[in-house]
Design a protein around this ligand. Structure first.
Ligand SMILES: Nc1nc2c(c(=O)[nH]1)N[C@H]1C(S)=C(S)[C@@H](COP(=O)(O)O)O[C@H]1N2
Ligand SMILES: [Mo]
Length: 163
């Protein structure tokens, strides 16, 4: 008798877990997929913001041709697709700031003054000439219009807004 009860309970559990008669989809299908990449944004709210690639793409990308200025040269580095840094700040409701620091995954970083941030072609780029950035530079690279190659931070992971 005890045994029969145990079997009954086991059977009930199995039916329960298999979701028999329920229209629920398996968890794996309903769980949203992880974003392709994220950026950490500090200095906007008390807690750091994890900005996903999906949110980034929703801001709307633009195309621009930022210039790289090294000692004696001023070079165009192709047609960049990305989100202007200023547009990102606006989406976060940032009105006043004294600098924006952009950091790469290797910890290398640059502090941009407002005059650099506000340049139209200063952007967080995701494509150059229609092609996604390679793993060394991407998925996101900073282009600082009119500044040298050392400003063009690769594989951006963090942005800090300085008040
Ligand atoms: N994340 C990250 N980006 C970086 C650097 C770095 O050390 N880390 N170096 C900068 C410097 S000093 C230069 S000269 C260029 C080199 O880029 P290139 O090898 O594609 O010319 O990347 C810039 N971006
Ligand atoms: Mo450099």
């Amino acid at each position: 008798m005890r045994r029969a009860l145990a079997i009954l309970i086991t059977a009930a559990m199995l039916f329960g877990f298999s979701g028999c008669g329920q229209s629920k989809k398996p968890a794996a299908e309903t769980k949203p997929s992880a974003p392709a990449w994220t950026l950490t944004i500090e200095g906007v709210s008390d807690k750091a913001i994890e900005y996903s690639s999906e949110e980034f793409n929703k801001l709307g990308t633009v195309e621009a041709e930022p210039q790289m200025k090294n000692k004696d040269t001023s070079e165009l580095k192709g047609k960049w697709t990305g989100v202007p840094l200023l547009k990102l700040l606006e989406s976060l409701g940032v009105k006043e700031y004294s600098y924006v620091a952009v950091e790469g995954k290797d910890g290398s970083s640059k502090e941009l003054t407002p005059d650099l941030v506000e340049k139209e072609a200063t952007m967080l780029g995701i494509k150059v000439d229609g092609k996604e950035l390679d793993s060394e530079s991407g998925p996101v690279q900073l282009a600082v219009d009119g500044k040298g190659s050392n400003w063009w931070i690769k594989s951006v992971t963090k942005i800090t807004v300085g008040k």
